[in-house]
Write a protein that binds this ligand. Structure first.
Ligand SMILES: CCCCCCCCCCC/C=C/C(=O)SCCNC(=O)CCNC(=O)[C@H](O)C(C)(C)COP(=O)(O)OP(=O)(O)OC[C@H]1O[C@@H](n2cnc3c(N)ncnc32)[C@H](O)[C@@H]1OP(=O)(O)O
Length: 285
């Protein structure tokens, strides 16, 4: 595992502290970083895979581990954000799907399912401080949280149809959990990317913030709104509301991996992914 965990002493007993500390790798290797505020108990989970936080197998596994750690240590809130100044996450790393190793491809999709199940179903209150562009898988992560604060002048959305890809059912359920059904249907079928202002207007994000610091504070304010609620009652309510979406994936988890593998291996999909990668690289030149 390549994540680093920094824990405030006041919240965690020495036993917990021992549980939390995982071997730290060299700073340049860290893919996620968790910092817990010792006064509030809020954890900041930062994705750190330059240049664009492309969700590859390693980052996904790291994210999963970090979410589980935050959960186990009974933090009072989880804020997902990015170390980049302009990108929250570019979504799935297309390199994982282009000319893939078949075994790794399965592991990759399973890892994405696991991150979604952990984040969408988290007992800990969750929020995303979206400090950059957030297409596709990036949007999925943000939308899986309970609250979103976004910085201005970026874009967010599930753009799969624009790439000739069909978003799986659980991507769509996540959107439907946040957006009115008709808006979700239009956005998903069009593969629309929304500007920050548009995202606020349709309710894809809850607030805008001028800076990352302000976004983090607004996420913390959201968590503070639960101060007078019972954490168990809060979680059971969330759990029931999200139960069907989660059950649907759990019931079809293996089949979903098979569908993904079949889909990605279609020659037409491989051709499309290759062309898309090329266009991204040309753009970078
Ligand atoms: C019947 C049902 C069956 C179901 C079967 C399942 C079907 C599969 C479902 C799959 C769902 C897919 C989800 C996804 O997340 S796909 C990924 C979608 N992401 C995107 O489209 C974003 C692409 N990137 C961008 O738009 C821009 O890069 C971005 C706005 C994020 C940043 O722009 P910026 O100008 O800052 O940076 P560059 O474009 O120059 O990029 C820098 C380098 O990063 C590379 N890059 C960018 N994005 C990706 C990516 N997603 N994967 C891999 N690599 C990426 C880019 O090429 C540059 O690389 P180089 O430096 O080498 O040139």
């Amino acid at each position: 595992m390549q994540s680093a965990l920094i824990v405030g002493k006041k919240i965690c007993s020495s036993l917990l502290l021992r549980n939390w500390v995982r071997p730290l790798s060299a700073a340049s290797d860290k893919l996620t970083n968790v910092e817990v505020n010792d006064k509030t108990g809020f954890a900041k989970l930062t994705m750190n895979r330059p240049p664009v936080n492309g969700l590859n197998l390693d980052l996904l596994r790291d994210l999963h581990q970090s979410i589980q750690d935050i959960e186990k240590n009974k933090c009072r809130g989880l804020i997902l954000t990015s170390a980049s100044n302009t990108i929250f996450s570019a979504g799935l790393d297309i390199m994982e799907m282009y000319k893939p190793d078949q075994e790794r491809l399965k592991q990759f999709w399973t890892a994405l399912q696991d991150v979604w199940l952990a984040l969408y179903g988290s007992a800990v209150p969750t929020a995303a401080a979206i400090n950059g562009h957030s297409p596709a898988g990036g949007c999925l992560l943000a939308a899986s949280c309970e609250y979103r604060v976004m910085l201005p002048k970026y874009t967010i959305g599930l753009n799969e149809t624009q790439l000739g890809i069909v978003a799986p059912k659980w991507f769509m359920s996540t959107f439907r959990n946040v957006l009115p059904r008709r808006i979700a249907e239009q956005a998903l079928t069009q593969g629309k990317m929304f500007t920050s202002d548009e995202a606020l207007k349709i309710g894809l994000v809850d607030e805008l913030a001028a800076t990352k610091e302000e976004a983090l504070l607004k996420c913390e304010k959201f968590f503070a709104s639960f101060a007078k609620t019972d954490p168990i009652a809060r979680y059971l309510t969330k759990k029931q509301l999200r139960h069907n979406d989660i059950k649907e994936l759990l019931d079809e988890k293996v089949q979903d991996v098979e569908n993904f593998v079949l889909f990605v291996n279609q020659p037409s999909v491989q051709k499309g992914l290759g062309l898309y990668l090329e266009s991204l690289k040309k753009k970078a030149k």
